[in-house]
Design a protein around this ligand. Sequence first.
Ligand code: SAM
Length: 257
Amino acid sequence: MSKGKKPAARRQSGAAPGKRMNGTKPSEERRGRMTEKMDKDNATRMMTHKVKTARGRKISSKLWLERQLNDPYVKEAQIKGYRSRAAFKIIELDDKFKLIRHDSLICDLGCAPGGWTQIAIERGAKRVVGIDILPVETVAGADLIEMDFMDECASDVLKDRLGGAPSLVMSDLAANTTGHKNTDHLKTIALVEAAAEFAMDVLDKGGDFVTKVFQGGAQSDLLERLRSRFEIVKHAKPKSSRAGSPEIYLVAKNFRG
Ligand SMILES: C[S@@+](CC[C@H](N)C(=O)[O-])C[C@H]1O[C@@H](n2cnc3c(N)ncnc32)[C@H](O)[C@@H]1O
C-alpha cells in the first residue's frame, strides 16, 4: 500500500479522525499535518483520469484521451458492448422521434464502427444496409459496405443491396477535418446534401431521415427542399452529443414520396 493511503486505513480500524488509537489528541502542528494529508488523500480518491504527456504525444491527443477516459457515455458504451458512444445519440433520437420501426429496412450512412447499426438491430429493425469508407466489423442482421459514399456508384450499390425502399435513412457521416475551416465546412455540407438527396431518392412513402449537420443546422435551401418533401422537419441536439461540439441532428419525418 502506498504511504498516502495510511490515514484512511487507520480510520477504518476505528479511531476517530484526528484522534490517536489510545484516545489522546495529537499536537496542533501534527493535527495540521494530518488534516493536510487527509485532504490530499481525498483529492486523490476523487481525481478523474489524468494522462501524462508522453514524448511524441501531442497535447490535443492527450486531451482527447483524457476526455475519452472520463466520458460516462464511453464507459457506458463499453459496459453495454456498443461500438461507439454515438450509439447513445441514435437511442435518444429514436426515443424522441420514433425512427426505428419493427421489422423495418434501414440504411446507415457513415456506419463505422457500427454503433448506430447495433442499435437499429437491437431495437427491432429487420435488416440494416450500411456504408462507410472504413471497414466495419460484421453486425448480425446487417450488410455493411466498405465504400466512399461520395463515389458516383455508391447510391446504385446501396439501392442494389437494400433491394427495396427503406423506412429510415440515418446518416452520421462526418468528414475528417483538415483544420481549414472553409474546406471542412464545404466537405460537411456536401455530405449532408448527398445524404439528403439519397434519402429523398430511396425512402419509402411515410419514411424518415435523420442526419448529422453542423454549425447552426442545415443550409436554408436544403431545409426548404426537405420541408417540401417531409411533413415534419426539426433540429435536435441529443444530451450525449458533446456540449462543445458544433454537431446537431436534423430529423425529417413522414416522407411525402
Ligand atoms: C461519427 S462516425 C459514425 C459513427 C457511427 N454512427 C457509429 O455509431 O458507430 C462518422 C463516419 O463517417 C464516415 N465517413 C466520412 N466520410 C465518408 C464518406 N465519404 N463515405 C463513407 N463514409 C464516410 C467516417 O469514416 C466515419 O466512420
